[in-house]
Design a protein around this ligand. Structure first.
Ligand code: FES
Length: 146
């Protein structure tokens, strides 16, 4: 049975093979969430990016998938997180071999990417809104004959 070493807590957990890391942590009273994320998360569906753990020794974890990477960076198109390469989502890891993890890794906002996203959102709002208004006005004029 694979063993998960929790570096910060100084504990080890023995889990069945292919056990979900998030579920194993929660089952043993260790929350992968910080603060309000304990209540505001996607319940292990890989969408919110809040169940982050730092994989110190990751032989027991499959490679990261594109969806996991996107969730880690932030699916909300208005901001982006700066995430170290060894940070993963606990809910996306099925433990197949021994591994060591650190809970509560430090994540920062990627201000450069956030600025780009905000700029794009602003452009889409201004021009998309104008396009919709002009199209609606045109359709109204055609429909009413004015
Ligand atoms: S619980 Fe939401 S991404 Fe893991």
């Amino acid at each position: 049975m694979p063993v998960i070493t929790l570096v910060n807590e100084g504990k080890t957990l023995e889990v069945v093979e292919r056990a979900n890391l998030r579920k194993a942590l929660l089952k043993n009273g260790i929350s992968p969430y910080v603060g309000k994320d304990k209540f505001l998360n996607c319940l292990g569906n890989g969408l919110c990016g809040t169940c982050r753990v730092e994989v110190v020794d990751g032989k027991g974890a499959a490679p990261i998938s594109p969806l996991e990477e996107a969730s880690l960076l932030g699916l909300v198109p208005l901001y982006a997180r700066q995430v170290p390469k060894n940070v993963r989502l606990a809910c996306r890891i099925d433990v197949t071999k021994d591994m060591s993890i650190k809970t509560y890794p430090v994540i920062t906002i990627d201000w450069k990417l956030t600025k780009e996203r905000l700029t794009l959102a602003t452009i889409w709002t201004i021009f998309g809104g104008t396009f919709l208004f002009v199209t609606a006005r045109l359709l109204y004029e055609i429909a009413t004959g004015r």
